[in-house]
Ligand binder design. Structure first.
Ligand SMILES: [Zn+2]
Length: 577
């Protein structure tokens, strides 16, 4: 296949320069965390790192059908000494695909003419939303509800079949990669020193080989109980990438037909893998907050109107670990505007939650802590340019971690079901809930002695200062859209303000009441199970105002970074021999 590179040499040189390309190094080969592992765990880690590499292949296939052919083309060109291809490959490996998004929310298209569709490569690339809806309606009217169920399932790749569609289970679509991962997991289970971890690896290997969603449920259920293991391994199935499946509820007739056939459309799982070593000290700190989940649940607004996601009695349903990262691959490792700093899995649609399974929070140490001289310098410049000097004393990056702990915990609170009805707005609203809950419950956690008054102020100020982005995001960027909504809401409530020079001021006393107000509104929207209510909620607050623009301009002046990439020195060494 003949391809043409899209970015000029000049543009590529800029974007791969150190001021523009942020590097996030994971554990190195001489890391004490690795040296301290038992021999058996070191051996297991090698297999897990190998397993992780297969996730890149799956992710690229799910993301865009041109990814793998283009990668081959780049490799061939590099062999011929093509400098432009060499620099393109750096960005390709960083964002893991022909099209990504940078930190200013601009699309980075590496292959000339490449397009991406809402259904990514989970669906045929030429399938429009309208045709998708019309085919599904015809199939349902023809009594093919079983096939439609497969098409709208989280674990199928959808192909054309004449003038219809069919869903191919991941275990078949990614048979080769899944089998390779399963073999490595079984090998790891032979030497790893922890019995529970090995039991999980064995269950997970089975789930990868058989077309039976219950196997995933058993593996997830076991995974979520892992609290005290030396190693960390996760196959993540996040659903932010697929923007097509959720649209079925936008067509009234189709929505009705699906309801009549008892079908809930669930967005596709995007595959990623994380490998790491559990950090004992960091994990101890996280567990301190865990004891307060019941009292947090008691303090959630409108709690009498819904069943809580996690019941307040059952202690085993929520585990949490802090992890030193060895490898992030596939959906976990593709740098598109950033890398997640923590995750709370499995998501609400997963079967394990229906058989008494819990959730597990995993925090990414090497992603959140950046104490390199460049990172510190960038931070100082940013504060000087955007935050009222009187507030600098409260700004604390560690407080951002405390905020994240609250965020992840609040994902486990709130309404348990029905949020699929919010369609494409589901993620923005859920992420918003987690943020606002994290702030709204601060008084409660401070009363309980988890945080001091000073620490509470640090969390509020650090949140307020981080509430502004370098550029207006696309509606598809759930994690960013909600940040704009919050900035707008908090300005409206008088908790934040921006002067004519783009300097942020924070009225600390108004922060928690504002968060409470927004959280209540969010839970009302979730409880409504009404797509239009969700849409109105987003439209009301997703406003890029002049004040927000003023801060954004200052941020762009002080921080040039556009792209980023993770570096995995230890994993690279382990997988090379
Ligand atoms: Zn979240």
């Amino acid at each position: 296949m003949q391809f043409e590179l899209n970015l000029s040499l000049e543009e590529l040189e800029k974007r791969t320069n150190k001021d523009y390309l942020i590097r996030k190094p994971l554990l190195k080969e001489d890391a004490q965390e690795y040296i301290d592992l038992d021999k058996g765990d070191k051996e297991a880690l090698k297999h897990l790192a190998k397993a992780a590499n297969y996730a890149n292949l799956i992710y690229m296939k799910q993301d865009n059908e041109l990814n793998l052919p283009f990668e081959k083309f780049l490799n061939d060109e590099i062999k011929k000494g093509n400098k432009q291809a060499e620099l393109t490959k750096i960005l390709f490996d960083a964002q893991l695909g022909v099209i990504g998004i940078d930190s200013e929310s601009k699309k980075v298209v590496l292959l000339k003419g490449a397009k991406e569709s809402d259904g990514k490569a989970f669906y045929p690339s030429d399938l429009t939303k309208e045709e998708f809806h019309s085919i599904l309606k015809n199939m349902l009217k023809d009594g093919e509800s079983e096939e439609v169920k497969k098409i709208l399932n989280q674990r199928t790749i959808v192909k054309r079949c004449g003038n219809k569609l069919k869903g191919i289970d991941y275990t078949e679509a990614f048979k080769t990669e899944f089998e390779s991962i399963a073999k490595e997991l079984e090998a790891a289970a032979q030497t790893s020193t922890n019995k529970d971890f090995n039991e999980y690896l064995t269950l997970q290997a089975k789930a990868l080989r058989e077309n039976n969603p219950m196997n995933d449920a058993y593996a997830d259920k076991k995974w979520a109980t892992l609290q005290d293991t030396p190693l960390e391994f996760t196959i993540s199935r996040e659903q932010y990438a697929d923007l097509l499946t959720g649209t079925v509820i936008e067509d009234e007739e189709l929505k009705k037909l699906l309801e009549d056939n008892n079908i809930t459309a669930i967005s596709k799982d995007s595959i990623g893998i994380r490998v790491g070593i559990i950090n004992k000290k960091g994990t101890q700190d996280l567990l301190k907050v865990k004891n307060y989940l019941p009292v947090m649940a008691e303090n959630m607004p409108l709690k009498e109107q819904y069943e809580q996601n996690i019941s307040s009695q059952d202690d085993n349903l929520q585990t949490m670990v802090d992890v030193d990262l060895v490898s992030l691959r596939g959906d976990e490792g593709s740098y598109r505007g950033g890398i997640t700093i923590a995750q709370n899995l499995p998501n609400n649609d997963k079967l394990s939650l229906t058989i008494g399974g819990g959730r597990r929070n995993v925090y990414h140490r090497q992603i959140r802590t950046s104490n390199s001289p460049e990172a510190l310098e960038r931070r100082k410049k940013r504060l000087n340019a955007t935050l009222n000097t009187d507030l600098h004393k409260y700004y604390n990056p560690e407080a951002d971690h405390w905020f994240t702990i609250g965020h992840e915990n609040v994902h486990s609170l709130g309404p348990k079901s029905g949020t699929e009805a919010l369609g494409k707005y589901k993620n923005i609203i859920e992420e918003n809930k987690a943020d606002m809950g994290s702030l709204a419950l601060l008084d409660c956690l401070t009363n309980e002695g988890v945080y001091t008054e000073e620490e509470k102020k640090q969390i509020l100020v650090t949140f307020g200062a981080n509430c502004f982005l370098k550029a207006k995001p696309e509606l598809s960027q759930a994690h960013r859209v909600r940040t704009v909504m919050q900035a707008y809401f908090f300005i409206k409530e008088g908790a934040l303000s921006v002067n004519k020079d783009g300097i942020i001021d924070i009225n600390i006393d108004k922060m928690i009441p504002a968060a409470n107000k927004m959280l209540t509104e969010i839970i009302q929207v979730q409880l409504s199970q009404d797509f239009n209510a969700g849409e109105q909620f987003i439209q009301k607050y997703f406003n890029w105002t002049d004040e927000i623009e003023a801060v954004s301009k200052k941020l762009k002046e002080t921080d040039k970074s556009l792209n980023g990439k993770i570096e995995t020195p230890l994993a690279d060494l382990l997988t090379n021999n």
